[in-house]
Design a protein around this ligand. Structure first.
Ligand code: BEZ
Length: 398
């Protein structure tokens, strides 16, 4: 990887996952001299960017999130022009389950209201229709659902690769791996960022290290309230090779104190094509820091997922053949998933430090890079980020 000859940049982006690369890409387009620092290797499987598929969906219980998903679409279209690989496999989003359940992803009835308010087309479904049209079985009669045709399975490996290559092609953007940030000092209006490969200076910082956020913001004297989760995924072999699912999410009542939501994907040609990925969306074993993470999925999460596949899906062998994990930071933000803000006011030059932390952001990848770029270069975004400016609640001084 190229070593930066010059040590001074307009912007240093800390974190080289999907969002860091997207920010590097957008900053480069604005001709801002940018250094993207990655503590491991780029395209690694050690953070929130791990795993090679994600869901793009429009249903959300809040209108501003529906709007954000709609606003993200042109940025996906733009990224698509940079690669022959299909980034969004538009198989649709199926949400179904107990209409009274409020999960971390929201609630079906509220999402229907928000979709209606923004004139997003969708179809309401009964339990019997979901079984007949989408291969699920043994669903309680009380379950309802919605299908929204613009939902997609994201080829996240291709997304990250496309952003990485776009950054590499841009002379304004330097990518530097194996560069954990060990100190951030301020010298007047300049930030001095120390890594094992040297000390780099910039006028602006964008901090997007995913689940490693606390280790970075601690260097500036503040912390974020979050828990960490080694989220697992299981791959189930198709016994019926013709079986196909949309991207889906099921809302159900709790097992003990853990919500037992599951979500899944269609078979995709970029990720174990003969298999269907299904994953639990409930935390059994929260971690207090990223260092506690192993690459081994929680066996209870796997067992619950396998039992759900056996009881409610068709055309699959309910034994998980492969697994994967991804490390994420979860905040306690009720329904408001993303935190996008400047550093808190007690940090000197806080308006020159942009932070994105926590939440499910993969579906916003190309758009979030644009938002963070505008915040860094212009001090504000053309997109209304007020619902996400939650640092005053979730950042604490240390
Ligand atoms: C999401 O669409 O945001 C999502 C889907 C599955 C698990 C977690 C988040």
């Amino acid at each position: 990887m190229t070593q930066p000859a010059d040590h001074h940049f307009d912007v240093i982006v800390v974190g080289g996952g999907a969002i860091g690369l997207s920010t590097g890409y957008h900053l480069g387009k604005r001709k801002a001299k940018t250094l993207v620092l990655e503590q491991f290797n780029f395209k690694n499987q050690l953070g929130s960017s791990a795993g090679v598929s994600r869901q793009y969906r429009i249903p959300y219980p809040e209108e501003y999130m529906v709007q954000m998903a709609l606003d993200a679409q042109p940025y996906w279209d733009e990224l698509q022009t940079l690669t022959p690989k299909t980034l969004l496999d538009k198989v649709g989003t199926l949400w179904f389950g107990d209409p009274s359940v409020h999960s971390t992803e929201g609630n079906i009835a509220e999402a229907e209201q928000a979709l209606k308010a923004l004139n997003v087309p969708y179809t309401s479904l009964t339990a019997k229709e979901i079984e007949a049209q989408y291969h699920f079985r043994n669903l309680p009669d009380t379950y309802t659902g919605l299908f929204q045709a613009d939902g997609a399975s994201i080829d996240f490996r291709a997304t990250i690769e496309t952003l990485y290559q776009a950054c590499e092609r841009n002379p304004y953007t330097i990518l530097q791996d194996e560069s954990p940030v060990t100190a951030i000092e301020q010298d007047g209006k300049l930030f001095n960022v120390t890594t094992p490969k040297g000390v780099f200076t910039s006028e602006k910082l964008v901090l997007v290290p995913g689940p490693y956020i606390d280790g970075v913001i601690n260097l500036l004297g503040f912390t974020i309230e979050a828990t960490y989760w080694n989220m697992s995924s299981c791959y189930f072999k198709k016994t019926d090779p013709t079986i196909q699912y949309p991207t889906w999410f099921v809302f159900q009542n709790a097992i003990g104190s853990n919500g037992n939501q599951f979500y899944g994907f269609p078979g995709v040609d970029w990720d174990h094509p003969e298999y269907i990925r299904v994953a639990p969306d409930f935390v059994i074993d929260p971690l207090t820091s990223p260092e506690q993470r192993t690459l081994v999925p929680n066996p209870q999460e796997l067992a619950y997922t396998s039992a759900w596949v056996r009881d409610h899906m068709t055309g699959l062998d309910p034994t998980p053949h492969f697994t994967s994990t991804c490390l994420i930071a979860l905040s306690r933000i009720p329904d408001k998933e993303l935190l996008i803000d400047f550093a808190p006011p007690y940090v000197p030059n806080n308006q020159n430090i942009v932070v994105y932390a926590t939440g499910w952001a993969a579906k916003f990848t190309p758009f979030l890079g644009k938002i963070l770029t505008e915040l860094a270069l212009d001090g504000h975004s053309t997109f209304d980020i007020s619902p996400f400016k939650l640092g005053y609640t979730y950042f604490k001084a240390i």
